[in-house]
Design a protein. Structure first.
Length: 336
């Protein structure tokens, strides 16, 4: 198997809503509208696990830092914490009164945060298996909530067109970012914890400083809603997934678009870099997560044989190949 070609993981029976890598990059989890989670092993030819339990669409998945647990949220209003092994046992967490859109573990694994259509953000204890407290100042559905890398802050994105920053200890809203012209679909912290990036239905990606609250960068590159984004662990790149069916890789240091990927047949709904930064996975309504290694196609292979392997013809202008090689060179240095 040529490692330079993307892998398609087939198994879901409906659109993929969410993907996440385990910290050691040995496993990839995906959630789907088919109400199931799947855990794929990154080794070729190894079998995948399918986890059934949710009564409705799975909207989000997240591995715990240790990788021993996997959290999922669903339209059935519950969160489940799974042990991602053959048995696939799970614990159900109930407190939300509407669809759970997002789930994310704190970096110490002790707690996790959820966001819901009931307009609240909720924090839970992982091991005591209980609901701790709610953050409720959003006035519409909350699509996404994430802990900062140090666990002291929480950021949330909502259909009320705001991104809110919360202090976990005082449970107060520290700041509201109101520059989005539409629903805010996704938000995450930069690995340094100093800024956040948010994606919107207004086709934009915005990056703010969480200390000064200044808008640092503003990208209007997609031609439809931006549904998800993921920072490269180095903090230098951002990958975005959009309803225009493309993924884009942005160079945050240069503040420009590096690469556009046309892998999906329909909207790209989710994207995530692996924790090592050597892969990213994306999912969409074409029902299969894809994993793209960040390496250019090998030179020795003719264009025809590549076409037969891939779902669509692969043709790459020289300029793009050299750009990719440049990225790969930088990523190699960073991941070493």
């Amino acid at each position: 198997e040529d490692p330079s070609l993307e892998r398609h993981f087939k198994g879901h029976r409906d659109a993929v809503t969410s993907v996440d890598f385990s910290f050691n990059t040995k496993q990839l989890a995906s959630g789907s509208m088919d109400s199931c989670l799947m855990v794929w092993h990154m080794k070729p030819q190894s079998r995948a696990y399918r986890f059934a339990g949710h009564k409705d669409a799975v909207t989000c998945v997240n591995f715990s830092p240790s990788g021993h647990l996997l959290a999922s949220g669903s339209r059935d209003k519950t969160v489940r914490i799974w042990v991602p092994n053959v048995k696939g046992e799970s614990t159900v967490f109930r407190a939300h009164t509407a669809t759970v859109r997002s789930v994310h573990f704190c970096s110490d694994g002790q707690s996790f945060v959820t966001a819901s259509d009931d307009k609240t953000v909720k924090v839970w204890s992982t091991h005591r298996q209980k609901f701790l407290f709610s953050l409720s100042q959003h006035i519409n559905w909350v699509r996404c909530a994430k802990f900062s890398p140090d666990g002291r802050l929480i950021v949330s994105a909502s259909d009320d067109k705001t991104v809110k920053l919360w202090d976990k200890t005082s449970r107060e809203c520290v700041y509201s970012y109101c520059e989005h012209g539409g629903f805010v679909t996704y938000v995450d912290f930069h690995p340094s914890g100093t800024c956040i990036a948010a994606a919107g239905m207004d086709n934009t990606v915005k990056v703010w400083d969480v200390r000064t609250h200044r808008l640092l960068q503003h990208y209007q590159l997609h031609s439809a809603a931006v549904n998800a984004l993921s920072f490269h662990p180095s903090g230098n790149y951002l990958v975005t997934a959009s309803s225009d069916s493309t993924l884009k890789i942005l160079d945050l240091m240069e503040g420009r678009l590096l690469y556009t990927l046309h892998g999906h047949q329909g909207p790209a709904t989710t994207v995530a870099f692996s924790r090592t930064g050597e892969y990213f996975a994306s999912g969409g309504s074409d029902e299969q997560p894809e994993v793209d290694p960040l390496v250019p196609p090998s030179r020795g292979r003719s264009q025809e044989s590549m076409q037969s392997q891939s779902q669509e013809p692969v043709s790459m202008p020289q300029s793009l190949t050299s750009t990719l090689e440049h990225i790969v060179g930088q990523l190699d240095v960073l991941t070493q």
